[in-house]
Structures are given as C-alpha cells and as structure tokens.
Ligand binder design. Sequence first.
Ligand SMILES: CC(C)(COP(=O)(O)OP(=O)(O)OC[C@H]1O[C@@H](n2cnc3c(N)ncnc32)[C@H](O)[C@@H]1OP(=O)(O)O)[C@@H](O)C(=O)NCCC(=O)NCCS
Length: 285
Amino acid sequence: MSMTIRSAKRDDLAAVAPVLYSAFRSISDQHRFPPDFDSPETAHKVASLLLNHPQFHGVVAEDAGRILGSNFIDLRSPIVGLGPISVDPEVQNKGIGRQLMIAEIEEAQRRGCAGIRLVQLAYHNRSLCLYTTLGFRSRTPLSIMQGKPLNQRFAGYEVRAATLADTEACNALCRRVHGMDRRQEVEESVGQNSLMVVEHLGSITGYTNGVGFFTHTVADSDRSLMTLIATAPSFPGPGFFLPTTNFEVFNWCLGQGLRLVAQATYMTIGLFNEPDGAWLPGVLY
Ligand SMILES: CC(C)(COP(=O)(O)OP(=O)(O)OC[C@H]1O[C@@H](n2cnc3c(N)ncnc32)[C@H](O)[C@@H]1OP(=O)(O)O)[C@@H](O)C(=O)NCCC(=O)NCCS
C-alpha cells in the first residue's frame, strides 16, 4: 500500500463519515454490543462537527484517493482528548490504526499539550493493546450506564440551567477535582443551553454539559453527582461513563434500575492526577 497520513479537510466528510460508522458498527456487532453511533446519520453528524470545529485536529489515512481511516484530537484544553479513531473494517489489523494514533500523539506534543486522554471500549482487545503499546496507561474502569430518566430530587440540592456568570465557579470546581479546567467546553455549552449546575448551601457543587456519551460532569461529592444524574432528562448516546471505582454512585445507579451497557477504560499519557471528587468523563475524556 502507498498509504499516506495527512491532515483532514472539511471536504473529507463524505468519505470519513461512512468509515467512522462501519468501523464502530462492525466491532460492536462482532461483540454483540450497541454501536457507538446508532445510525450512519449520527456518524455523519459527529464527523461533520469534528471536521468543522476549529479546535479539533483531524488526520486521515489515504491510499490512491481512498480514505481508509481517520483520527481526531480535541484541542480545547491543555489536556487533549483523543478520538474517535476508525479504520475501514476491510483494512483493519494492518498497522493503519497505529499510524493514525502516532500522528495525533505527535500533533499534541508539537502543540505542547500537558497530557492526552481517551476512553477505550473494553470489549475491543486490539485497541487496548494498541493504546498501551503507544504509552497510554489504564487509569480507571468505566461502566457505561443507560436507562429511563430517574426524575428525582434531593432536598437541599437545586439544579438549574447555567449562565456565563456561572462558568468561573464551574472552572474552579473542575480545577479542584481534576487539576485543570475545561473552560472552552463549558462556555460552548452555555451557548448551546446545555450546561446545568447543582447548588448546595448557596454554592455551585457540580456541573454537567449533559449526562451522556459525548459530555462530561464534575461534582464535589457523590450526592451532587447523583443529583445531576437523577435530574437528567435523558442519557444521550449509548449511555454515560461512570467510574466503576465509585462504589456509592455505581451501587445507587443499579438500585435506581439503570442498566450496565458495557465496560470501558480511562487511559492517559502525560499529566494526570487522581480526581479528588465525583466525575463522569465523556467519550473523549
Ligand atoms: C481500533 C482500530 C482503530 C485499530 O486500528 P487497526 O489498524 O486495526 O490496528 P493496528 O493494526 O494499527 O494495531 C493493532 C495492534 O494491536 C495488536 N493486537 C491486536 N490484537 C491483540 C491482542 N489480542 N493481544 C495483543 N496485541 C494485539 C496488533 O498486533 C497490533 O500491534 P502492532 O502494531 O504492534 O503489530 C480499529 O480496529 C477500528 O477502527 N476499530 C473500530 C473502531 C474502534 O473500536 N475505535 C476505537 C474505540 S476505543
């Protein structure tokens, strides 16, 4: 193969989206798990967002004009999120995934990023081995949870839509829990009316830009996190990622009737500190 890796362009969309869909679909079908993208249209929408967002960087593998795969990094924070990576099922297991990973790891390093993170689907042995041999350390097992909205409230914990005036409190909370903030994502979420905060005793004790597959949540305590889960109108995508090591919240979710969909692994290169609080990562981290 005379394959090359190059930066992705907007007009790669028509070729990137079907590979994104078929790569994830084939692996989830083999293992009988729900797919990350429930339809070609969802994959197309996500690929379009990735290719058009000024702070996502994409690469594609191309051979004689045919796109064989793609990979992305989210550059909105000093810690970058990597993925989704996909390789055409017809040419998987031939080293293309490794080259797409190396290209984005090098891109992150060139830009001086402090760390790189990703979420790996645990049923896919190949990606776990690939990421590990590229230097990613497994930090925590994640449980993907799905179910009917819980429609519950806890006394003393109020949930409301956030405004731009709340973003500094959200960023401070994220820094306290994770040692870094995700201010640009938080501000974008206010613009999309998707940022919610929980208040307890007059302070913001948690925020979420959606309890779902592509979004993230940070809270100072299990109770604040449970409040955000309990008031979420839905859990978009295959489900939300809950660190399985959070016994209290995992056990509570199961008691509320939420179901375990699949397992995943939180993996990091570079700067990482054990989160000091309650949290839900999104599929990028
Ligand atoms: C994940 C994905 C991108 C990997 O791409 P790929 O081109 O198939 O992978 P590569 O051939 O580059 O690398 C696979 C590596 O895993 C190794 N590997 C595979 N199965 C293994 C196993 N059971 N034990 C140990 N190593 C294993 C291979 O030997 C290879 O390592 P090498 O480069 O040292 O030879 C591709 O499988 C894909 O598109 N999957 C569907 C979408 C997806 O799952 N994305 C990732 C979500 S976390």
